[in-house]
Design a protein around this ligand. Structure first.
Ligand code: AMP
Length: 286
């Protein structure tokens, strides 16, 4: 959704009151310029029902607005659009891996998102800097019943103290690689868990789309971590995808193809630019 602030109506129970307060303050400070809100979930608002709806009892899910909203939508929309332009095709089946401290994957067909890894909140999906990503919700019941933890404590544990931080001791991938090179088994295991989750999502989304034309890395890790890209693509070799090692090693702020010409799937690095994407969307309204 993009909306003029003047047209903004209360957006349901999940919207953080602090954000709405921030919008109010912004309105007061800049009262003489048009205001536009761009929601980071917007790209995923038209997800197919089969991807957006959890298999949760329908009336409870509807009453409490529990569905998959996704996040990082501004980035996924921008990057998939740029890749489509770069490859000169608007019919692409794409996977975008936004790998930063928060991390998410999206499946995009001909410019429309058909699935994404974040859900009701950004907790679901990939292993992240401090978030678990996918975990059996029964772990919550278990921790509440057996460890006596409160909802807030479990929330903090899952969102802040887990992921690479909880597994390897650090949420920064550069530090995780240093620990791997120093022989720390926990760090190597953490990387393998991170990569395993990525392989599962790439495989699942390829199946959902019935094929894959382009796989793109973006955000802090996706844009900068050539070693992680190389290890992931190696695990996806069965799909006929091949990385050009020299192109993968280049450090650049430009969007670029890093696969070989005969790779079955184009692999790209494309720097995300959420500010530009927000500005472009705002321009369509003012
Ligand atoms: P972001 O949330 O997109 O700003 O990404 C931040 C994350 O990118 C950091 O926590 C690091 O894990 C990762 N990162 C940044 N630079 C590098 C690099 N050169 N190699 C590996 N990871 C990096």
């Amino acid at each position: 959704m993009i909306a003029k602030i003047s047209e903004l109506v209360p957006l349901g129970p999940l919207h953080n009151p602090a954000h709405l307060k921030g919008i109010e303050v912004g309105l007061e400070l800049l009262s003489d310029v048009p205001h536009v809100a761009v929601f980071d979930t917007a790209f995923f608002q038209d997800l197919p029902e089969e991807a957006a709806r959890y298999a949760l009892k329908r009336d409870v899910a509807d009453q409490y607005s529990i569905r998959r909203y996704g996040a990082h939508g501004t980035s996924h929309q921008f990057v998939s659009g740029e890749v489509s332009r770069m490859l000169g095709r608007d019919d692409l089946k794409q996977i975008v891996l936004h790998l930063g401290n928060g991390a998410s994957a999206s499946a995009v067909v001909a410019g429309h998102a058909v699935d994404t890894s974040m859900g009701l909140t950004p907790l679901e999906g990939l292993v992240m800097g401090g978030r678990t990503g996918d975990i059996d919700p029964a772990a919550v019941f278990h921790l509440a019943r057996v460890a006596g933890m409160s909802a807030d404590e479990i929330d903090y544990l899952f969102n802040r103290e887990s992921g690479m931080k909880g597994l390897a001791g650090d949420n920064d991938m550069r530090e995780v690689w240093k620990r791997i090179d120093a022989g720390e088994q926990n760090a190597r295991d953490a990387m393998d868990i991170y990569l395993h989750r990525l392989v599962k999502y790439v495989g699942a989304y390829t199946a959902v789309m019935g094929g894959l034309d382009a796989l793109t890395f973006t955000a802090g890790i996706g844009e900068n971590d050539s070693r992680l890209r190389s290890e992931l693509i190696e695990r996806l070799g069965f799909m006929g995808v091949q990385l050009d090692a020299d192109k993968n090693a280049v450090r650049s702020g430009d969007g670029r193809i890093i696969s070989t010409p005969d790779s079955a799937i184009a692999v790209l690095v494309y720097p995300t630019n959420e500010e530009l994407a927000i500005a472009r969307q705002a321009m369509t309204l003012v």
